[in-house]
Design a protein around this ligand. Structure first.
Ligand SMILES: [Zn+2]
Length: 80
C-alpha cells in the first residue's frame, strides 16, 4: 500500500482492472467523503459519494461497486 500524492491518510490499492488508455493498473482509494478510482499515470479519476457507494455495496457487493466505478472510468478515459 502506498499513498497517492496530494492525498493524505487515505487507503489506496491497485485494482485488477487496467486503464483502457495506458494499460496500467488502476488505483482505488477513499477519502472522507468519496471513493475514487483512477489512473495515476493518466491523471484521470472518477469518484462516487460514500453514501451512494454504500448503497451500491449493500445491493451488489464489492464487485458491483467496482463495476460501477470501472465503467464510469472507462467512459471517462475513452471519451477523448
Ligand atoms: Zn492510464
Amino acid at each position: 500500500m502506498r499513498l497517492i500524492k496530494g492525498f493524505r491518510n487515505v487507503i489506496s490499492f491497485h485494482t485488477d482492472f487496467t486503464c483502457p488508455r495506458c494499460r496500467g493498473y488502476t488505483e482505488f482509494f477513499e477519502d472522507r467523503e468519496r471513493v475514487w478510482l483512477g489512473c495515476e499515470r493518466c491523471r484521470k479519476w472518477v469518484y462516487m459519494e460514500k453514501q451512494e457507494a454504500w448503497n451500491v455495496f449493500e445491493e451488489d457487493g464489492w464487485r458491483g461497486l467496482m463495476d460501477e466505478l470501472t465503467k464510469a472510468f472507462s467512459k471517462y478515459v475513452t471519451r477523448g
